[in-house]
Design a protein around this ligand. Structure first.
Ligand code: PMT
Length: 399
């Protein structure tokens, strides 16, 4: 989503200016082309050379600089931006833009751009709470400018409270969201993610290695593309994404109940969860003690196949499953596609390095009901989610 995109990063004068260096690094790593504009006071905190070295582009500092204006003028910077991010954004710059004041390079370029503008404010908590500041932020929001909430904590000025620059990773995620097409608005996408745990006794369970990363990435990207998202997740260590409806479950039976209670709202269902096929036939009420025998036999009983159940109730919904395989990838995936009445199945050979459980990347093949097959290279799970949602968007009629 950020690859090849032109981002203008405005840096204002505040102690958090050093964190803009990390943000720039993240943009560059994601393949974005970044031009940095620094206010005069920002240069008191970090030197332009730091941003210049990391961005590979000259840093823009002066409105009336003959050399910079002839190389790339502020209007050209404003025009070529796909996204304009101001981080840290001070009360001063926000106040100026809110009141139509353009008296330096940064404020002039913000006023001239047609690109989405994201402010990531950082300031003293009392300044942030000041009604004058809040009024300026509200005014800009009404005009379509985007804001991130400052983070809370101990501030450089000695106060505790809201006012810290949001984490660069949070700014990066919001930037991605602003650059996404909103082709999934109007859709309600239910995503299942993570493992299930099947309780054996009060201290033990049967489960698998699913981390939830794949399913959570789908939920985040679907949200960014405008969908309403219901995320039903087994236990993971991941934080639920903001602005998605999050339902936490433990066992396959709880996941079945949650899915069946909400599936009617969904226009699209993506089942990325690794659901246990079997559960212990009985759950011991007390911890199972080690016996004298060298072996212990557990009796398991089958869980309902949630996806097959959804396949029977499919209606006009788009139904997408995953197949985690260790052998005969395509053959097994095709069988599941047909047996569960799916529109698409995402087949991953979980034995490949960089694919499947726990890793940040995945290597998948998309198999469609009409027999088409699309092979994707090893990609970040976010990128897999993005490409998967492209196909879902097409199946929904490319709205
Ligand atoms: O969570 P990560 O660490 O990021 O790992 C991602 C992943 C490997 C878990 C994911 O990419 C994946 O492959 N998910 C499906 C895992 C799985 O259970 O595959 P399966 O082939 O056993 O099941 C096929 C499909 O039926 C899946 O969509 C599954 O959700 C569904 N199913 C399976 C059993 C069951 N009782 N009910 C189901 O709904």
């Amino acid at each position: 989503m950020l690859k090849g995109k032109n981002i203008v990063l405005g840096v204002c004068g505040g102690i958090a200016a050093y964190k803009a260096v990390e943000l720039l690094r993240l943009y560059v790593k994601a393949g974005a082309k970044v031009n940095v504009i620094m206010t005069r006071s920002a240069q008191e905190f970090v030197t332009p050379l730091t941003f210049q070295t990391l961005s590979g582009n000259p840093v823009h500092t002066e409105l009336f600089n003959l050399f910079q204006e002839s190389e790339i003028g502020h209007i050209s910077l404003a025009d070529r931006a796909d996204l304009f991010v101001v981080a840290p954004a001070t009360a001063n710059v926000i106040g100026k833009v809110a009141n139509g004041i353009a008296d330096d390079l940064l404020t002039t370029t913000i006023m001239a751009t047609k690109a989405p503008v994201l402010f990531a404010p950082a300031m003293n908590v009392n300044m942030w709470e000041n009604p004058l500041y809040q009024q300026n932020e509200d005014r800009l929001k009404k005009f379509g400018y985007h804001f991130l909430e400052p983070a809370s904590g101990s501030l450089a000025c000695g106060w505790e409270g809201k006012g810290k620059l949001p984490d660069p990773a949070v700014i990066l995620e919001k930037s991605r969201a602003l650059l996404c097409p909103h082709d999934l608005s109007g859709e309600t996408i239910m995503v299942t993610a993570g493992p299930t745990r099947e309780e054996l006794d009060p201290v033990r369970y049967l489960s698998n290695y699913s981390s939830g990363k794949m399913g959570y990435a789908i939920a985040r990207v679907a949200r960014d593309r405008g969908a309403r998202v219901i995320l039903i997740s087994g236990p993971t260590s991941l934080a639920p994404p903001d602005d998605v409806e999050y339902i936490s479950v433990i066992s396959a039976r709880q996941m079945l109940d949650a899915v069946l209670s909400r599936y009617q709202e969904a226009t699209v269902i993506v089942k990325a969860a690794a659901v246990a096929d079997y559960r212990p036939a009985t759950t011991a009420t007390q911890k199972i003690k080690k016996g004298a025998d060298d072996s212990l036999t557990l009796e398991l009983e089958k869980n309902s196949d949630i996806l097959a159940e959804l396949g029977r109730r499919k209606g006009q919904r788009i139904l997408v499953g995953f197949a985690a395989e260790t052998q005969d990838l395509l053959e097994n995936a095709r069988k599941k596609l047909k047996a569960k009445n799916l529109d698409m199945i995402v087949a991953n050979d979980v034995t490949l390095p960089g694919a499947g459980f726990e890793s940040d990347t995945n290597i998948v093949r998309l198999l469609f009901r009409d027999g088409r097959l699309e092979e994707l290279p090893c990609l970040d799970k976010e990128e897999v989610a993005y490409r998967l949602l492209n196909r879902i968007s097409e199946l929904r009629g490319g709205k």
